[in-house]
Design a protein around this ligand. Structure first.
Ligand SMILES: Nc1nc2c(c(=O)[nH]1)N[C@H]1C(S)=C(S)[C@@H](COP(=O)(O)OP(=O)(O)OC[C@H]3O[C@@H](n4cnc5c(=O)[nH]c(N)nc54)[C@H](O)[C@@H]3O)O[C@H]1N2
Ligand SMILES: Nc1nc2c(c(=O)[nH]1)N[C@H]1C(S)=C(S)[C@@H](COP(=O)(O)OP(=O)(O)OC[C@H]3O[C@@H](n4cnc5c(=O)[nH]c(N)nc54)[C@H](O)[C@@H]3O)O[C@H]1N2
Ligand code: SF4
Ligand SMILES: [Mo]
Length: 783
């Protein structure tokens, strides 16, 4: 039997293949479909990348798709009662137009904020339709989950390589030595590194005689799978990485190899590491100086090594500097852009290089701070403002104060810092729209909730994750179920929002009842207008491709190419354009062996285009055409870090450092409503070391009050020797059961929201990223 993409009845039981959209691992799933529903999921054993691997979340995808609490029709909120009621799509979009006209008419477009959440990286609409909505709203108040996550890495790569999307990934399958900092891929399944079955790939490193070292304040599952675990004090990785650089420089172990001629600023970086000796950072990091020296030597000695940092290295006070230092270490040990080191991925749809292979890529360079937030003057990065400043941008009066907000696939009420303040701020908005399938902690504040149809009814292709994968792999999954006649796909919702934003009349809306008042279909984009908009997206994509330097269709006629575009749906047609005009594309027939949508449809278990290949200097976009290892903005941060070394104040014995954690059965804030994932023991507990627990009189199974500068919570205690002393750990994404939400299972396992404790005033200065790890807290018994 061959399993075709889309519903297939060849065995009597209907199966369909679908890439799992729930995390960055992109596993192939085989779904069984009966009675018009997805009944079960298992790993697709024939998938070229995941080979049958699956985790508990992927196995629960059917339950998530069929969740009775999932919204299928739009909701409108009655401002007087706060209640949401179901309405038609026309009514919902009319309310969007009325509410938005009122705000924009009164104050201009700058007061409209936008927040895009994590699942935008896992939907086609997130890649294909997001940019036009942002442009149409004509606002700079753009926020996303990136600034509570990986923005420091974007900034570091932007500065060093000239473009913030040029993020290297560990070449897991060929490395001999992997130094992991602040990542727990045995649970998260990997991030900024797409590699299905990450645990299996780690085991394979050890099986071929390599070494895995994990640097983490907690003895995580990944630490347990590793050869060595080095507990480190939260927030001190930048100091420790500088000490590694120091040792390599002092012991003559700096060997950039092939990149020697492609790097500038290297000498300066080595000099700057001078003061950061292993001894000088020992107390701050909690890692013995001799261990630091040995780690540096092992890194230098390994034939192929990779230094890989994730959440625990980005969401900290010096996150930008830490991310930059991981790049520095890979460069000076000769492991950047080398097989088995850190390499640059390339999506199967990825653009062709602008210059011929082997030539230096030169660009304009890259920087942050083209504009700033209104209240704290924090710099923009990649066109985004720090999510840690969202609450103050809404609740601080003055010119430009945000009065309306769109959230798309985001739950900032649970996932961004200082949640109590943000909840109050959301409640004071003049108008709010959420594109979300749940009435949750964020969307409960929305005047209009627009739920997209579920993942089974739309196609899937990983635009964002392709370039972060450890091999070049492509899979397209067509919809596995027919459209819901009364529902609306995310791209159709986004198209309508864009059209409404584009055609707002500047005068305040007449409707005296306000956003939730009576409204008819007046001003709601028609089906023809939506179709014309989608057509314009396709033509614009072709226009860009035909004028792009290096593009295989450069100079071709747009109308001629348009006639050749394939695909049954808009997302498919846009994907066909991206594939055919990309690096591996068929250039609309000019390269008959190249990729197109049809190639992916004919290969439902994915296409493997092989391991990563070296790409420096061709892919660089810096002004010098080199790897600019010592960009100016890191110097001020280094000076600030250097000053902390001299601090002699005695540590506050009462204070503990709070960090976060993830669990295999969670997905940030939004999968606690699936019974199979939520059942079992309470997972929202405060982990504390036996020593710290004893000293504070808190006991396992008891309750503790934890207090930070931002807030206070009572939480169940779990005493665990996984924890380093001085550090406590609480997961994020909990704190359900709030008034006005509709997630019944989650409400029964509510937990507490750790972001009530994280402090929005603390950000990484290079990137504006929130500090979510290493929060100073006090813990006392609460029972
Ligand atoms: N303290 C602390 N806070 C953290 C973190 C931490 O480690 N510690 N981690 C941070 C990280 S890494 C991230 S990425 C953020 C995540 O922050 P967010 O993206 O704001 O939060 P999520 O919990 O991922 O919420 C996703 C939302 O998208 C909705 N959704 C799901 N699928 C779809 C879809 O297909 N379409 C649409 N429109 N909506 C959909 C869900 O219902 C949910 O409301 O949280 C951050 N917050
Ligand atoms: N099961 C599951 N998988 C997920 C998610 C989920 O919620 N659940 N979320 C997804 C998302 S959005 C993301 S971004 C990824 C994140 O993927 P990862 O970054 O791999 O996941 P985390 O569990 O956040 O790992 C961060 C680690 O950093 C450690 N840490 C904290 N502070 C420090 C520090 O100062 N220094 C060092 N060295 N370590 C520190 C923590 O103990 C933790 O083990 O996971 C994704 N996958
Ligand atoms: S590891 Fe990620 S992609 Fe794979 S099944 Fe689990 S949630 Fe889905
Ligand atoms: Mo994330």
């Amino acid at each position: 039997m061959t399993t075709k993409p889309g519903p297939n009845t060849s065995t009597g039981s209907v199966t369909a293949l679908r890439i799992c959209p729930l995390c960055e691992a992109t596993c192939g799933l085989e779904l069984r479909i009966s009675d018009g529903r997805v009944a079960s999921a298992r790993g697709d054993a024939k998938h070229v990348f995941s080979r049958g691997f699956i985790c508990p979340k992927g196995a629960s995808l059917p339950a998530l798709l069929n969740d009775p609490d999932r919204l299928r029709r739009p909701l409108l909120r009655d401002r007087a009662t706060g209640e949401h009621r179901e309405v038609s799509w026309d009514e919902a979009f009319a309310a969007v137009r009325a509410g938005l006209s009122r705000v924009v008419g009164g104050y201009g477009p700058a007061v409209v904020g936008l927040y895009f959440g994590n699942p935008n990286a896992h939907t086609m609409a997130g890649a294909q339709h997001r940019p036009s909505l942002i442009r149409a709203l004509r606002t700079r108040a753009l926020f996303s989950a990136s600034t509570v996550d990986q923005m420091p890495m974007h900034v570091a790569c932007g500065l060093v390589f000239g473009h913030p999307s040029l993020i290297p990934v560990p070449d897991l399958d060929r490395t001999d030595h992997l130094l992991i900092l602040g990542a727990n891929p045995a649970v998260s399944n990997g991030s900024l590194c797409t590699a299905p079955d990450f645990p299996g790939r780690l085991a394979a490193i050890r099986a071929r005689g390599g070494k895995v070292v994990v640097v983490d304040p907690r003895r995580t599952r990944t630490a347990e799978l590793a050869d060595e675990h080095l507990p480190i004090r939260p927030g001190s990785d930048a100091l420790w990485l500088l000490a590694l650089v120091h040792v390599l420089a002092a012991e003559g172990l700096v060997r950039p190899g092939r990149l020697a001629d492609q790097v500038t600023g290297l000498r300066q970086v080595l000099d700057l590491a001078g003061p950061f000796t292993p001894e000088a950072v020992e107390a701050r990091c909690g890692i013995p100086a001799e261990t630091t020296r040995r780690t540096a030597r092992e890194l230098a000695a390994a034939p192929r090594a990779a230094v890989y940092g994730r959440m625990g290295t980005t969401t900290v006070e010096f996150g930008g500097l830490t991310s930059w230092l991981t790049i520095v270490l890979n460069v000076i040990t000769g492991n950047l852009d080398a097989p088995g080191g850190m390499m640059f991925g390339r999506g199967a749809h990825g653009r062709a290089d602008r210059v011929p292979s082997g030539q230096r890529g030169v660009g304009r360079g890259w920087g942050t701070g083209r504009w700033h937030t209104r209240v704290r003057r924090l710099p923009e990065a990649m066109g985004e403002l720090p999510s840690a400043s969202l609450a103050e941008e809404i609740d601080t009066p003055g010119e430009g104060q945000l009065r309306a907000l769109f959230t798309v696939a985001g739950n900032p009420a649970l996932s961004t810092p200082d949640s109590a303040r943000l909840a109050a701020a959301l409640a004071q908005l003049d108008f709010m729209v959420s594109v979300d399938p749940y009435l949750n902690e964020t969307s409960r504040h929305a005047d209009v909730v627009l739920p997209p149809t579920d993942a089974a009814r739309v196609g899937h292709y990983d635009f964002s994750l392709g370039a972060l994968a450890v091999r070049t792999v492509a899979t397209y999954s067509p919809p596995v179920l027919p459209p819901d006649p009364g529902g609306m796909a995310e791209h159709d919702i986004m198209a309508r929002l864009t059209l409404i934003a584009r055609t707002l009349d500047a005068s305040p809306a007449e409707d005296p009842a306000g956003p939730a008042g009576p409204a008819g279909p007046a001003g709601v984009p028609s089906a023809d207008e939506v179709e014309a908009f989608h057509e314009s997206l396709i033509v614009d994509a072709l226009r860009r491709a035909t004028s792009d330097a290096g593009s295989p269709v450069r100079g071709r006629d747009v109308a001629e190419l348009r006639a050749l575009v394939d695909g049954e749906t808009v997302p498919e047609r846009l994907l066909d354009v991206a594939l055919r005009t990309g690096h591996f594309g068929d250039a609309f027939g000019a390269r008959p062996d190249g990729l197109r949508l049809a190639t992916l449809l004919a290969n439902p278990h994915g296409i493997d285009l092989g391991p990563l290949e070296p790409r420096i200097p061709t892919l660089l976009r810096t002004a010098s055409g080199t790897v600019e290892l010592c960009p100016e903005p890191v110097l001020a941060e280094l000076a600030r870090l250097r000053a902390t070394l001299d601090r002699t104040d005695a540590p506050d014995e009462a204070e503990l450092a709070l960090i976060g954690r993830r669990h295999l059965r969670t997905n940030n804030s939004w999968m606690h409503n699936v019974p199979a994932l939520a059942k079992g023991r309470n997972r929202c507990t405060l982990l504390i070391s036996p020593q710290d627990a004893a000293r504070r009189g808190v006991r396992d199974g008891g309750s503790a009050r934890i207090t930070s500068a931002a807030g206070s919570l009572d939480v169940a205690v779990q005493v665990s020797d996984e924890m380093m002393t001085g550090v406590v750990c609480l997961p994020h994404g909990w704190g359900h059961g709030l008034d006005g939400t509709r997630m019944s299972v989650a409400a029964d396992h509510a937990g507490v929201n750790t972001n009530i404790l994280t402090d929005g005033s603390r950000v990484d200065l290079l990137s504006g990223n929130a500090v979510l790890n290493g929060i100073p807290v006090r813990v006392i018994p609460a029972d």
